[in-house]
Design a protein around this ligand. Structure first.
Ligand code: GDP
Length: 314
């Protein structure tokens, strides 16, 4: 039984959806937020605590004071693009903070307090994988600072599990929603397409249109995090739809959903948005999650795009 949870990164896309699910289950939800976080989507009822996961001593103290039976670590510097310009910050937030939080949870478990830990990991663990789709046995071979840091945290979870902690790491493929910030290509596209459809903008400037991603519906991924928390035994799980599309496909689907024809005239490619290295294809095989957690995606690519465009059209 989970009755009290601490969610780091609660103000982010996944945190807000997860908090909604936990509250609906009657769980007392505590969330860690930084002072400048936008908390617009954090549901009423979440107890907010100001802090930063890079302040290890404070998060450790908070954990001991609250004594939650679930910790979900969603705090992240989640933009791959930004991790190239701020690799140290990416390492501090995405790797070191996760490991410190795991250690604090293990301390509590060692002291006899039942505690479960769920880590939001990433498809970026796999870099530019030679095999497709990827699953939990695919070698970790990250190729950007974000992936390097997430790989360290993912290994940390495995090691804590080996020492006896109920700790799961969910290898989340890209997952989107109207709550996705526009730093991510999906929301940049849907916001841009809506502005063009409304006559407020005349062009959409993007980078690599050939990159392929496995894009799912973010609330489904929050549901997977919760299922992992409730599972009898902890494990690593790939969470993905198993279907990939190019950025170009996303653009075409978004313009179609907005009822705008001949989209090519509005889109310009600017090499400034290309990355030093970029996974060309990431697609996940979520068979283990399907079997072990009873998890399955509920929305198709077209439905995800249409929901985001509809929200941006207002
Ligand atoms: P990521 O998979 O976590 O890096 O999620 P993003 O949404 O940031 O990027 C997904 C893919 O879209 C990457 O391969 C990017 O290179 C590509 N992409 C193409 N144009 C853009 C752009 O204008 N902004 C972003 N963020 N990504 C872009």
């Amino acid at each position: 039984m989970i009755s009290r949870a601490l969610v780091t990164g609660v103000a982010g896309q996944d945190g807000t959806y997860l908090a909604e699910l936990l509250l609906a289950d009657g769980v007392e939800v505590h969330g860690l937020v930084r002072p400048d976080d936008d908390t617009a989507y954090v549901p009423d009822g979440v107890v907010l605590h100001a802090g930063d996961v890079t302040d290890h001593e404070s998060t450790r103290t908070l954990l001991h004071e609250l004594g939650p039976d679930l910790v979900v670590n969603l705090a992240a510097m989640s933009s791959v693009a930004r991790s190239w310009s701020e690799p140290e910050l990416s390492w501090a937030v995405n790797a070191e903070a996760a490991i410190a939080l795991l250690e604090a949870a293990e301390e509590m478990a060692d002291a006899g307090h039942q505690i479960r830990f769920v880590q939001a990991s990433s498809a970026e663990l796999f870099g530019s994988p030679a095999v497709s789709p990827q699953d939990e046995s695919t070698p970790l071979a990250p190729t950007n600072p974000y992936g390097e840091a997430k790989a360290a945290a993912h290994r940390g979870v495995g090691e804590a599990r080996a020492r006896g902690l109920h700790a799961s790491s969910l290898i989340l493929y890209n997952h989107e929603s109207p709550r996705r910030p526009p730093a991510f290509v999906t929301r940049k596209i849907t916001a841009g397409v809506a502005a063009i459809a409304r006559g407020r903008e005349t062009e959409l400037v993007l980078g690599n249109l050939d990159a392929r991603r496995d894009w799912g519906w973010a609330p489904d991924y929050a549901d997977a995090l919760l299922r992992a928390a409730h599972a009898e035994t902890p494990d690593d799980y790939v969470i993905a739809t198993g279907v990939s599309h190019t950025v170009r496909d996303f653009v075409a689907a978004a313009f179609a959903a907005a009822g705008v024809d001949a989209w090519e005239q509005y889109v310009r490619v600017d090499p400034a948005f290309f990355r030093p290295t970029d996974a060309t294809e990431l697609v996940g095989d979520a068979s283990r999650a399907r079997r072990g957690l009873g998890w399955a995606p509920t929305r198709t690519f077209e439905q995800v795009v249409a929901a985001m465009v509809a929200a941006d059209l207002g």
